[in-house]
Design a protein. Sequence first.
Length: 447
Amino acid sequence: MSNLKLDVPQVVKPTRFRWIVAGMIFLVYTIAAADRANLGVALPFIRKEFEMSNTEAGALISLFLLAYALAQLPSGFASSRFGVRKILPGAMIATSLFTGLVGTVSSVIALKIYRVGLGLAEGPLPIGMTSTINNWFPAREKGTATGIFLSAVKFGPVIVPPLCAVIIAVWGWREIFYFFAIPGIVLSIAWYFLITNTPSESRFVNKAELEYIEHDEAVDKPSQAGATAPARRRDFRMLDRFIRARREEPLDTNRRVFRSWNIWGCALGYCFQLGISSVLLAWIPTYLVTVKNYSLMNMGLVSAAPWVGAVIGNILGGFLSDRVLGGRRKPGMMLSALATAVMMYLLINSPADPLQYGMLLLLTGILLSVGYSSYMVYPMGLATKKTFPISSAVVNMGGQLGGAATPLITGILLDSLGWNYVFLFMAISSLLSFVILLTISEPLEQQ
């Protein structure tokens, strides 16, 4: 009796390389965020060597963010034309080089030049990250992936204050910038050899994972950072009326992107919210040293608190948007705007105890960041994959212009009025963000 062999089709499990990509995004942008955040910790010590007023110090911080904002649109066009793989590694190497050069300065002029160079060098990174997420993740995972990306923006400032405090105590403020210049170069090389523009080009992605990623995507439709079907079927009718949920025509040309109020409204809302984050990043260490009279180590630990909260808020916000709210992005954005206005008001009469003040900043970071990932994901529900880099650049440019303006405004307020007016200014800015968000649509998934 012969043995009969039956051909049983084997189910090939999909690879999960897209989460390796998410991990690389987190690592690269953690270092990039640290490169921009370290000046805030070093600033009180730099000002002992180079005398400057609060307004001048605010202008120094704003120079980086202004250059960073102006680099967004050119970066969007470059990424669309040449691909992320050709642009991002070079940008990260340049970011690391300018970071190291800050430690060599002998004048305020040189410090300003290198900070402008750092802003221009780092400009292509967020476009590269969001474009990579848009290409590598299915619609149902884009909010979560973007939450991981933006948590890196906040995780950098978590590690910076305590690490910088140790470096300053052992060596000095210049060594901060030498230390932070090294990791970015290593990671840029790893990115070039590991991460391709699309998953179809990657040798680490099998057919099953590729089909999973591209299953509900179409070239001529919005990239739909929308919802899973079960989540969309939940009864959100009252919420949808409030957030103006509707079907929008795909922004399939750059002309449509630039004429879309939804894109510009998102950018303007992000402008006010990122402005608040920029003030906390740049000025909180100085506030803790000069107003709260904290020791160097207490300053380092408490300064990290809002960014620990921000990491939690970003990941939580991405998960809630994807899995609970069915891909709706505006609820998190609007919640952040209202809650942040309240927290800024509470910070006017904040406790002096480092532990209590740290907990207040932790909660501030969580509430401020619940809606952050949604600003980056929101254009994915409107633009096609072809036009997404430009739409993302517009939103990020708006946010970074706000981030550039507020440190300077803070310096002016401090020289003329005081810290209470700084927190009041941020509370009003957050309320304005909420009002603007009321005017844009929540794009429903195109059928």
